[in-house]
Design a protein around this ligand. Structure first.
Ligand code: SF4
Length: 426
């Protein structure tokens, strides 16, 4: 690790953070449904929103023609917005029709949007009433994915936080249990579960569970590792139920994955030699995969616009394991407690910014002319037309990037646009 912070200090204590509150260019929290509906195999996401919300979901997910999708939008029409119809009654009718037609649904999320918030539709009350009616058959929950309140990864945070009160209570005097928190592709989750089993940590739960009936228990004997840095509300909800967060780097790259696994191994009393033996093959594979990437990325200057909330751990990975130079690391929200280890490991030359004032930030991008700018879809094309090379932040959320086996692919995601630029220039 090449952390450059003065010993014992949080980077945020000595390096100023640029805080901006202006116009921002990010997707809303509805976007999370795209990866969450794949993860939770018997859940359904009913967005209570407008045609704009439906279009966002359809274009982000691709139109599913052959499969029965597990998300939909209950459209709020103009007469609803004008207060001419009883939206609660209409919503109940839609839900009853849906559940009658789709008996395989075991968890139904009513997802709030900008329009449902503007007309103050009480989805919590609706979920409670419908949940009582379908108790024992379908769990009905609600959360907000509205762009007024959430950036796109916060949709997952809000969704997982709504599941926490539903988790069964663990037996207080039972042995410690590990909980992995954050939606990961199944293949990556399985890799981690195999590693924990080899380390001898037997009791491991996962949130979100793949099936509604498999929600893991939580209580004072729960120790949880966050797999994603954007789960502030979920972490808080777990702590309210007695669980204890294990601070660590996030599992990106060889260094991050080792530190993340080590945080659990230490608490669960795994012998150090055994730990090193178990992780050595994966760690070596990831380093081998990273070596050619480092040749391509070394010395390249990168600028992160605030988008996915993955920016700080990714900048740390790219700086320390790939030799890149982060110029600015922008993030929508900076959770200092969850990112404490990351902030220490981030090069102190990187400028940290929280929030966004998009025009001012674009001015900084143009002035610094980074080799690569990581940003949202809406900003990528204009920047490319100005001759700047970009990477879509949303791809980082849709791709498997966690863990030893994915370290090379993660670096490749940043190397590819640079290679494309070189080819075009030739
Ligand atoms: Fe747009 Fe708001 Fe609907 Fe998101 S929730 S698609 S920001 S209207």
């Amino acid at each position: 690790m090449s952390g450059l912070a003065p010993a014992g200090l949080d980077r945020a204590d000595y390096a100023p953070i640029l805080r901006e509150r202006g116009q921002r260019e990010v997707f809303c929290g509805l976007t999370g449904i795209i990866w969450l509906h794949r993860k939770m195999q018997d859940a359904f996401f009913l967005v209570v929103g407008s045609r704009t919300c439906a279009h966002l979901l359809q274009s982000a997910a691709g139109v599913m023609i052959f499969a029965e999708p597990r998300f939909a939008t209950a459209i709020i029409e103009e007469r609803d917005l004008a207060g001419m119809a009883d939206c609660h009654e209409e919503l109940e009718r839609v839900v009853e029709r849906l559940l009658a037609r789709r008996p395989e649904i075991k968890t139904l999320f009513l997802v709030g949007s900008c329009p449902s918030e503007v007309i103050k539709l009480d989805l919590a009350k609706a979920a409670e009433k419908l949940g009582a009616r379908h108790a024992g058959e379908v769990r009905i929950l609600n959360y907000s994915g509205s762009g007024i309140e959430t950036t796109f990864t916060q949709g997952e945070d809000a969704c997982l936080a709504s599941l926490v009160p539903e988790m069964p209570a663990s037996v207080p005097d039972a042995a410690l249990e590990l909980l992995l928190v954050g939606s990961l592709p199944d293949i990556v989750e399985d890799q981690f579960l195999r590693l924990f089993a080899e380390l001898g940590i037997a009791r491991v739960g996962v949130l979100p569970a793949r099936r509604s009936g498999e929600l893991p228990p939580v209580g004072i004997n729960t120790r949880f590792l966050l797999a994603q840095p954007f789960l502030g509300e979920t972490g808080l909800a777990l702590e309210r139920r007695g669980a204890v967060h294990l601070p660590a780097l996030f599992p990106f790259g060889a260094e991050g994955t080792t530190a993340w696994l080590k945080a659990a191994a230490e608490v669960f009393g795994v012998d150090e030699m055994h730990f090193n033996r178990v992780i050595a093959p994966g760690r070596e594979r990831s380093k081998r995969a990273l070596a050619p990437m480092r040749e391509r990325l070394d010395g390249k200057r990168i600028f992160f616009m605030p988008d996915s909330q993955l920016e700080v751990p990714l900048a740390r990975f790219l700086a320390n394991e790939c030799g890149m130079e982060p110029l600015e690391v922008g993030t929508p929200y900076l959770h200092r407690a969850h990112l404490a280890d990351e902030l220490i490991a981030l090069p102190e030359t990187a400028r940290l910014s929280e929030g966004q004032d998009v025009d001012k930030q674009l001015d900084r991008v143009r002035a610094e002319k980074p080799d690569l700018t990581v940003c949202g879809l809406g900003l990528a094309n204009p920047l490319e037309s100005e001759g700047l090379t970009t990477k879509w932040a949303i791809e980082l959320v849709f791709s498997p990037i966690h863990g030893f086996e994915q370290a090379g692919d993660l670096a490749e995601l940043f190397a590819r646009p640079l290679r494309r630029r070189d080819v075009l220039e030739v």
